[in-house]
Structure formats: structure tokens, C-alpha cells
Design a protein around this ligand. Structure first.
Ligand code: SF4
Ligand code: SF4
Length: 255
């Protein structure tokens, strides 16, 4: 953290303002000023601006502890979570824009929910079984390594930072992005999922899937939860190849 906690600064916020419900009012950047407080996060600063200077300022938040994924925004051009960002780590002038790729609700608020729902439906992001549900059956056991690998991918908070920072997702609306590919990997390694390999191959192996990724790993740099996105790509590419070579073999291994 930069050593600015004890220096009184007046922060200058240049904030994107636009309300799609008022299309005749042109988008603009609006300057706000705020006295910095010790250990101030962007989340706190934005709430002060809204409470003290402009109640019409739109942005999202819920948990303020990097769990809900609501407060993703572009901070000086970089997608990140407002609640996790201390103003002390930023210069005196801070530019805030909404995350690109997602539908704009207004100002800094975007609809990530619609994007994630579409993605989940596209990849069938749930356990698929081919046998009938047996309510009295004993729970299936899973070894620790598999459970941990699944948990690691389940830590995604759907904040959208990886998608907003992805050059491919910005120009291809159906590209699954790191969040989507991570979701596929999570179910692909789950032994309870009974999808045959060709079904996975269908979802993963085209230009909207793992082969659309240009591999510069902005997503891996930007993920606020440090998900192992680099590993996800390696895993999916290996699985795609195995699916093509041995399409009928059952495989939910971790490698
Ligand atoms: S590696 Fe690059 S192209 Fe691939 S999903 Fe991540 S940000 Fe997008
Ligand atoms: S993978 Fe990381 S950056 Fe992407 S949506 Fe999930 S938590 Fe956010």
C-alpha cells in the first residue's frame, strides 16, 4: 500500500455519468472532490459522494467484503472491485467507468446478472445426470483432491472483472470468457456429472469457447479472488483434445 494514509489529500473523482433511460442527455464525465480519510475504500468514497453530494449517482454494492461481486467497475482503466480498493493505493485523480461488455443500467451500474445467466444456460452450468433421481440413495462420496479442485472453481463471485478485461469478450458477445470456461471446468471435473465427452466438446471447442481465447491472460491478472484461470485453460484444452481422441471414454479426472 502506498504511504499516503497520513497525508491529507483532496481526491478528485472523474465519474462516467449516463442514464440509458434518458437517451437525449449525452454521456459525460463529472468531477467530484472528496477529502480522503484513513483506510478509505472506493466503496466508502462513493457512498459519501452519493450521500453528501449527488443522490442520483448510480453504482452497485451489497456485501462490501468482496463476496457479492456487485461493485466491479473500471478504476483508472482497470476492472476491479470498489470495496477491495483503497484510495491510498490510487493517485489523487481517479477515473471511474462502468464495466464494458455488460448492459449499462446507469453511471457505474451494469447488469452482470443477464450476462451470467446467458452464459450458464449456454454451458448448462449444472450437474447433468442420465439416471433417474433416487431420493433414498446414499450420498455419493468424493475424494478430497476432487472436492478441493471443485471448490477452487466455485469461489468465482461472478463480478465480471475478467470478462470486462478480456479483449475477446469485448468484441464477441457469445464468448464465454474466463468466468464461463471456469464454470465448465468446475462441472467437467465433478464425478457426479454424467455428460458424455462429445457434449463437453460441443460447448468448449469452438471460437466462443477455449479456442476463442487469445491467451494473454488479462483475466488471470484481474481476478480479485485469484482463481487459477491459467490452469483452467490448460485443463480445458487437454480435455478438448482427449474428447476428440477418445470420445466414448468416461473421464472426470483432474488432469
Ligand atoms: S486469456 Fe485473454 S482472451 Fe483468454 S479469456 Fe483471458 S482475457 Fe480473454
Ligand atoms: S473468475 Fe474471477 S474475475 Fe471472473 S467473474 Fe469470477 S471472481 Fe470475477
Amino acid at each position: 500500500m502506498a504511504d499516503t494514509q497520513n497525508k491529507a489529500r483532496t481526491l478528485k473523482f472523474d465519474i462516467f455519468r449516463y442514464n440509458p433511460a434518458e437517451p437525449d442527455v449525452a454521456p459525460k464525465m463529472q468531477r467530484f472532490e472528496l477529502a480522503e480519510a484513513p483506510y478509505m475504500s472506493l466503496y466508502i468514497a462513493l457512498n459519501e459522494l452519493r450521500e453528501q453530494q449527488d443522490p442520483s449517482l448510480q453504482f452497485d454494492f451489497s456485501c462490501r467484503s468482496a463476496v457479492c461481486g456487485s461493485c466491479g467497475m473500471m478504476v483508472n482503466g482497470r476492472p476491479t472491485l470498489a470495496c477491495q480498493t483503497l484510495t491510498a493505493d490510487l493517485p489523487e485523480t481517479i477515473a471511474l467507468h462502468p464495466l464494458p461488455t455488460f448492459e449499462l443500467i446507469g453511471d457505474l451500474s451494469v447488469d452482470t446478472g443477464r450476462w451470467f445467466r446467458r452464459m450458464v444456460e449456454q454451458v448448462h452450468g449444472w450437474i447433468e445426470r442420465q439416471d433417474a433421481f433416487e431420493p433414498t440413495a446414499e450420498e455419493e462420496r468424493m475424494d478430497d483432491a476432487t472436492a478441493e479442485a471443485i471448490y477452487e472453481r466455485d469461489r468465482c463471485i461472478e463480478c465480471g472483472c475478467c470478462v470486462a478485461g478480456c479483449g475477446v469478450a469485448n468484441v464477441r458477445p457469445d464468448f464465454l470468457g474466463a468466468a464461463g470456461l471456469n464454470r465448465i471446468a468446475r462441472f467437467m471435473m465433478d464425478p457426479r456429472d454424467q455428460r458424455p465427452k462429445p457434449a463437453w466438446f460441443e460447448v468448449v471447442s469452438d471460437a466462443d469457447g477455449v479456442f476463442g481465447c487469445i491467451g494473454l491472460m488479462a483475466c488471470d491478472d484481474l481476478c480479485p479472488k485469484d482463481l487459477p484461470l491459467l490452469d483452467v485453460y490448460g485443463y480445458l484444452r487437454r480435455k478438448a483434445l482427449a474428447s476428440a481422441l477418445t470420445p466414448n471414454a468416461k473421464d472426470s479426472s483432474l488432469s
